[in-house]
Design a protein around this ligand. Structure first.
Ligand SMILES: [Zn+2]
Length: 218
């Protein structure tokens, strides 16, 4: 992937270089969701390539998703769509970002249990409780649940939702050998959460590889 992804640019290398999926809606409870198409050059996305959906989705006798607008081209909405819905419904998020950041993936390989934990790092103060609440303190230990990957991305919906309920304070969910889901009240806040967490995954991985403890008991 090249540098930058059209309408958002990350400063953190790992995030910027990762394939990004993005969705967002205005922060009212009856609103509109914008979803990026799947399998395209993300840095070349144009407004007419974006899927527009109502939130919440109207009840339907079928499993089909309801759209307000589909791209004229033959595109498919991101396979992450049901996972973005977890962030909207369970965290009241206004935006959710998914990346395949190598820092996130390495974190899931070096932390072999069901959580990534890190303490005593200044950037922990940039992470919000539950992704949308108050900021953590320097003395808080960052805990991000890790779920196992599935061959089809949409099949992660239930295990991601369970992890979000089991760890209500977590600002994101890592997916082993895959990446991370991060959210925020709006796209700017989701982006800063993604940047802070990516930084912390990166330094956590470097600390672990240097033989340093990731968590210090205070
Ligand atoms: Zn993915």
């Amino acid at each position: 992937m090249g540098n930058g992804h059209g309408w958002w640019n990350f400063d953190t290398r790992g995030v910027r270089d990762a394939p990004g999926f993005f969705s967002s809606f205005e922060h009212s409870r009856r609103s509109i969701v914008y979803i990026a198409p799947s399998g395209v050059q993300k840095e070349r996305i144009l407004p007419e390539h974006i899927f527009v959906l109502p939130f919440p989705q109207p009840p339907s006798p079928h499993a089909d998703r309801t759209f307000l607008r589909r791209p004229k081209q033959n595109l498919k909405e991101s396979a992450c769509t049901p996972l973005f819905w977890n962030a909207f419904e369970l965290r009241n998020a206004g935006s959710c970002i998914h990346t395949h950041s190598q820092h996130a993936v390495m974190a899931t390989l070096l932390w072999t249990g069901d959580t990534f934990t890190l303490s005593h790092q200044e950037m922990i103060k940039g992470v919000r409780i539950g992704g949308t609440g108050q900021a953590l303190s320097y003395l808080d230990t960052l805990v991000v649940p890790i779920i196992e990957n599935t061959p089809n991305e949409e099949d992660l919906k239930d295990s991601m939702g369970e992890a979000m309920k089991r760890y209500p304070d977590a600002a994101g969910v890592l997916v082993r050998r895959h990446g991370v889901y991060v959210w925020g009240l709006d796209w700017e806040k989701a982006k800063t959460q993604a940047e802070c967490l990516d930084y912390l995954f990166e330094i956590g991985v470097k600390m672990k590889l240097a033989g340093l403890p990731a968590v210090i008991e205070s």
